[in-house]
Every structure is written in C-alpha cells, then in structure tokens.
Write a protein that binds this ligand. Structure first.
Ligand code: 3PG
Length: 306
C-alpha cells in the first residue's frame, strides 16, 4: 500500500517524520509531495497512490481520474470543500476529515487577530481592550468552542449562532445562543467566523448582514474565503470607517482592500490558522492512523462522503 502525503503547504518536519514512522510500522510505504507549484506534479504523484493525506489541496475529478488505485483520501483538518465528494463516491473512494485536531490552533489565531485589531495593528497608537466586549461566534463547532473557551479568559461576553448546534449545547458552555446570524451581527462588536464553505454559506456574509454590526465592529475570518460576499464587504468598508476586517484567507480583492484600508484591513500572506507544530502533529497523525485503521479493519468512522 502506498500512502501519499500531498501538501502544497507542508506539515512541520517533525509531524512528517511521525506520520512516516506510523506508516512504516504498519508495513506500508510513504510518498511525499510538498510545496508543489503545478497541478501536474500532483497528477503524477497520485498515479500509484492507494491513499492520500491532504490539507487544503484540491482533489477534483481530474486528480481522481489520475489515481486508479486510490481507495481513501483523508483531509488532515476540518473543512473538506476542497474535495470533489460526489466524484470520489462514484469511484468508491472514501473521504474522511480529522475533526477537532487543529481547532485550538485556529481558535488561538482568531483571538490573536482580535488583539491585533483592538491594538490598532500594533502601530503605537492607543487601542482598546477585549475585556467586557461582546463576541459573536458564528458557528459553534470545534473551532467555535475553543474560541469561546479562550475568549472567557479575556473576560468577553460571548454569544453564538449555529444553524445546527442545539441551544443547550451552546449554553452549557456559558455562551448565549442567539436565534439567527442577523441577531448575532446586531449584538456583537467582534464577530469570529467558523462556518464551512457550502452551497448555503457561500457569499452569505453580505452587505445586509454586515450593516447590522454595531459601531467599531471587527470581523475575523479564519474560516473560508468563499463565505464572504467580497463586493458587499468592500462596500461596507467604504461606508463604515470604524469597521475592521482581518482574515486568514486571502480574498480576491486583497490588493484593493490593502490599498484602500491599510489601518483597518489585514490578511495573512498564507493561511496560518492550522499552521502550528501541535496542529500538524495532531491532524497528520490522526490522518495516518485513520488510513491505517481503514486498511486493516475497514473502520470508516470519520467518513464524510456517503
Ligand atoms: C481546516 O479546514 O482544517 C483549516 O482550514 C486548516 O486548513 P489547512 O490544513 O490548509 O491549513
């Protein structure tokens, strides 16, 4: 069995070594494709792979067609919008994710971005504090829960809206559950996005929703680029000079936002939320173990395509 680690954005070297060791101990072979710059490199690498470990790497119909021996793809992370699930299913390929394994890393970055915004991007001017401010967590999954846990330490007043998570699950964490995204945006000065990119959520953070935000609001996006209506966001930034937007996912209009709003807009040069030694270890090792377990016992616990 050949297990390919295909990561355009590599795991920490130590995590790669541990993954290799696990695969080796299971009696399988590892192939490594890191920092590739051309899709053809991925198409060549998947030719003889039985399993692939990926991050945000795109596994589309072309990649699947180039991988005749592929049985399983594990996304070492949470979101699997980068995998063509229906083509995988049609080709009897199992797709899994590793939920929760990198969520603390993403949550720490979200809070770090809030501090960075509150302190005016560390420009030397007098800023504000997070203590006592209202934080809205948009989607209460693994990352949202970690954001709530950390934000409590900052003494923030915490609210959440999640279309699927029951109110009692949210409230047992001491977080106030709100009935809609509209209510969350109308209530909170800080909003942290943790929704996946799906047909329903794409472009859902639009001008009408942003207009509900109170004065001096900050939106933090460590989720996905696609959930933002970029035209609406730019209009809102023009209309509301008190609003800040910080994102870990470079938007299509990054250059324009940087030029127009240098003191209110920040984007990381590369998605960094899950880029810690700990998260790389957790997610990478979980992915390797899930593949090994699938080959040895057929365990499909974390399958996301059905
Ligand atoms: C995830 O969905 O797990 C995060 O967005 C992290 O993505 P990455 O592995 O590409 O950094």
């Amino acid at each position: 069995m050949k297990i390919l680690i295909a990561t355009e954005k590599p795991f920490a070297a130590n995590a790669v070594n541990k993954i290799k060791q696990l695969i080796d101990e299971a009696g399988y072979e590892t192939a490594l494709l890191e920092k590739y710059t051309d899709k053809q490199q991925l198409l060549d690498a998947v030719k003889d792979a039985n399993a692939i470990i990926i991050r945000s790497d795109i596994i589309d119909a072309e990649v699947i067609a180039a991988a005749p021996n592929l049985k399983i793809v594990v996304r070492a992370g949470a979101g699997y919008d980068n995998v063509d699930l229906s083509t995988a299913t049609a080709n009897n390929i199992i797709v899994m994710n590793t939920p929760g394994q990198n969520s603390n890393a993403v949550a720490e970055l979200a809070l770090g971005m809030m501090v960075y915004a509150a302190r005016n991007f560390y420009d030397g001017s007098s800023g504000t504090e997070l203590l006592g401010k209202k934080l809205g967590i948009h989607a209460y999954g693994n990352v949202g829960r970690n954001v709530a846990r950390i934000a409590k330490g900052f003494g923030m007043e915490i609210y959440a809206y999640d279309a699927f998570c029951p109110q009692e699950v949210i409230e047992k964490d001491g977080v106030t559950a709100l009935p809609s995204a509209e209510a969350l945006y109308a209530t909170c000065q800080y909003v942290s996005l943790h929704i996946p990119a799906t047909a329903e959520t794409k472009n859902s953070i639009n001008l009408a929703l942003l207009e509900r935000l109170p004065a001096k609001a900050t939106l933090i996006n460590t989720a996905r680029k696609e959930v933002i209506d970029e035209v609406g966001l730019e209009q809102f930034m023009e209309a509301r000079p008190d609003f800040k937007y910080l994102t870990d996912i470079t938007p299509g209009n990054d250059a324009s936002l940087k030029e127009k709003f240098p003191k209110r807009y920040f984007s990381t040069p590369k998605k960094m939320g899950a880029q810690t030694a700990e998260a790389n270890n957790n997610a990478g090792i979980a992915a390797a173990n899930q593949i090994i377990d699938f080959f040895k016992t057929g365990n499909c616990k974390f399958q996301v395509n059905h």
